[in-house]
Design a binder for this molecule. Sequence first.
Ligand code: GUN
Ligand code: ZN
Length: 430
Amino acid sequence: MSARGFRGALLSVAHDPRDHADAIRHEPDGLLIVENGIVVARGDYQDVAPRYPGLAIEALPGLIVPGFIDAHIHYPQMDRIASHGAQLLDWLDTHIFPAEKAFADRAHADAVAAAFLTELLRNGTTSALVFATVHPQSLDALFEAAARRNMRIVAGKVLMDLGPEGLADTPHSGRAESEVLIRRWHGHKRLGYAVTPRFALTSSDAQLADTGALLAAHPDVLLHTHLAENLGECAAVAERFRDARDYLDVYDRFGLVGPRSVFAHGVHLSDRACARLHESGAGIAVCPSSNLFLGSGFFDFGQADRHSLRLGLGTDVGAGTSFSLLSTAGLAYQAALARGDRLDPFRALYLATAGSAGLLHIADRVGSLEPGQEADFVVLDTAATSLLARRTTGASLAEKLFALQVLGDDRAITRTYVLGECVWDKHADR
Ligand code: GUN
Ligand code: ZN
């Protein structure tokens, strides 16, 4: 494969702009040089182009940003998105557990995995941290499909020995299956493994302890679970684990809290838990559309920032209501404002790209389109709808970005590139 150039407006936010004054990188007329799927140069067109005489250059009208990184999503739930009428624990029983049982069937898992990855790409999401189901074959289906598409995906088989009939493993089978899957998939192509206990309520103490032992034996994989999402859930956790200082402490006692831990939600956290999250280096995947949909509450950005928590952005489909991290960023703004905080649009872009990449420990590879990184990127159309066009005409970059987050979704994704190859083109017939 030879080098190619992509010319357009480039924007990335490699660090949290809250504490890095120079986090935002913007070349209004930029050039990105990609060789063998890797960004080898980036800068102003005028500066970079002369260094590559004769290079094939494609002009990409719109705003080029790093591919979005969804820090928390469930692929088996995509066909249960928009299921009516219940908060978390009832929603799981009524809508989700029956749907997940169907993933015992490999052919079903294959079909949904393919549709899921297409939906990610249509929404400009090139990497994600994904829940499969309790069935090991559900993870094989996802990873095989992701490997065929060259996508950088981190995922795991769910551990849940207290799950309902047809959706429960045992401490022994869960551990043994996870070991096999880690050996099979972790580090294969662009894939990574996350040990994935569903949440405290669906695992016995024995399984939680075994999960800690599994992590200790594989220090390079992630831990991915749910934390302090919904008040009903928090009450049930407090009731079962009476000795624990708080919800996070339940996980801590079993060795599940460390720098490679990603906790989804964290809507209801004590200051003690925040201090411990900070100390451990664990991260939170903020999932505002899900929190609204299940009546869970609003993530407290002020509290998180007082404790300098590591944050990323997740859709949490199927409790989340959209695959789009653009519209999820718009909801994150609204969730922040509900608690008196303002989420800057550049910071929201950071959360949806390099922030999430940091949580997944892939920030050296993706998330900011810096030279040396893999060339996963998205072309955004600031005039994708007539309303967006009206709002962004003559607007500043910050205003355009914010409008994209509040008004945009998959319609604003013109193209998605993985390793420098176009894998989604809105205008091609698919
Ligand atoms: N907590 C435990 N399981 C789930 C799930 O599937 N979705 C969400 N949003 N929260 C959970
Ligand atoms: Zn979830």
